[in-house]
Design a protein around this ligand. Sequence first.
Ligand SMILES: [Ca+2]
Length: 526
Amino acid sequence: MYNKKKRRLNICANAIRLIKWLQGRVINNKNCLKSTLACFACALVLPIYIQAQPLISKVALKNGNNGKVKQKASRPNIVFLLADDLGYGDVGFNGQTKIRTPYIDQLAAEGRVYSHFYAGTSICAPSRSTLLTGQHTGHTYIRGNKSVPPEGQEPLPVTGKGLAEILQAAGYNTAAFGKWGLGYIGSSGDPLKQGFDHFFGYNSQSLAHRYYPDHLWDDDHKVVLSKNADFTKQVVYAPDLIQQKALDYIDQQSDEKPFFLFLPYILPHAELIVPDDSIFASYKGKFVEKPYKGRDYGSGAVDHGYASQTYPHAAFAAMVTRLDLYLGQIMQRLKMRGLDKNTIIIFTSDNGPHIEGGADPAFFNSGGPFRGVKRDLFEGGIREPFAVSWPGRIKAGSVSDQPLAFWDLLPTFATLAGVEKSIPDHIDGISFVPDLEGKGNQKKHDYLYFELHEQGGKQAVVKGDWKAIRLNVDRNPNGPLLLYNIKENPAETKDLASQYPQIVRQMEKIMQKAHTPSALFPFEGE
Ligand SMILES: [Ca+2]
């Protein structure tokens, strides 16, 4: 009798712990997670929690929340969530059927979806460089994933005109939590020298291939994750720790200043690995699986391998749903602090779906209706899911087909911050605030330009319904173009170059004009 009662109490306690964990309160508490995950009842809690989420928030508010702040509504807070290698079709609002993304879909339903939003290019560092500089890859400083010693990637130069620098100078609190990849600590590309007051996470993209890394960075302080014991143990799941820091940051915001919170998550980038919890359990056995054999944790493990995964489909789905829950936690925390009404939240991804570490974008239809994956300049490599909410300012459930790209975010954020005059003249981006709010005159791009310095070199141009791609630029810089009508043929299967020579010539001219040579990232022969 006593044991029965004790067991019931344990089940309840474990369920409460899981709810707290989902709220980001006790994330990364090893003992709690251990006992929680051992509890069968917890497998039931996740769906209940998801359903009960609005209720939980209301209860928290009704009970009084002395942590609430009253911000002046003149300038909004900006929360920018950036997934890593998440495809256009990986989210429910773009047609995903196998993976649950309830919070991402809620964001889309409460805000505005952009159906023609492009990343900077189809890999991490240059895509993020376009975001922070407002320049496309024909102009931006970082055009490739180039690792440099002692750790990390080629650093961005200090210009004083970067996205975070502009917001910082405009009086915003600025912080980044996640994966940086644009310069090692102490270099010109250090996030602290790029306009961020605070950074926590991975500096190096290479290390960010590991979800149980040996260290992270807290500003310029190296945080050694001794519990992961040099890649021999899987104890601290880095994204959970980083998420906790981001939630803490929201708690620290006051009514004195607006804030810019940049959240470049590493989910669902390879390796495919996720804590063995109720989310993972909910997907295990649901799909046909082909186990992936990789480079495992243990003695001799290196910092950039992809671990083996028995359930790669379930793991990928669980990673996307975990990312979705992180968004849910952010939304809830903003609401509990009374910050939600004055906050713009954006969710998107840095490039198309990857095929590494056992990932199977074809199975999940990750590219949606588009052809191509990461490293392609076909639409699947660069067109991203993009949803933005701003209560009372953006029409809920609206959709825009305005062609926009990462380099438009700098002028857009500067406009939102009321510092249009700080927008540098030399950028390629345009503010899409008029389109967001549905008022005023929205300037349009004449074209969007992309390049990739891998796989022989690639260029692409989007102009209206037309899309041109040049492959093998290194070998043949004036080589033939592929030409597609992406409105009629979004899958880019019918090359129309021979039928429209005039449009081909026009696109060639744009490629010539938009590309400026880079000493750091030249096409071969430049
Ligand atoms: Ca990426």
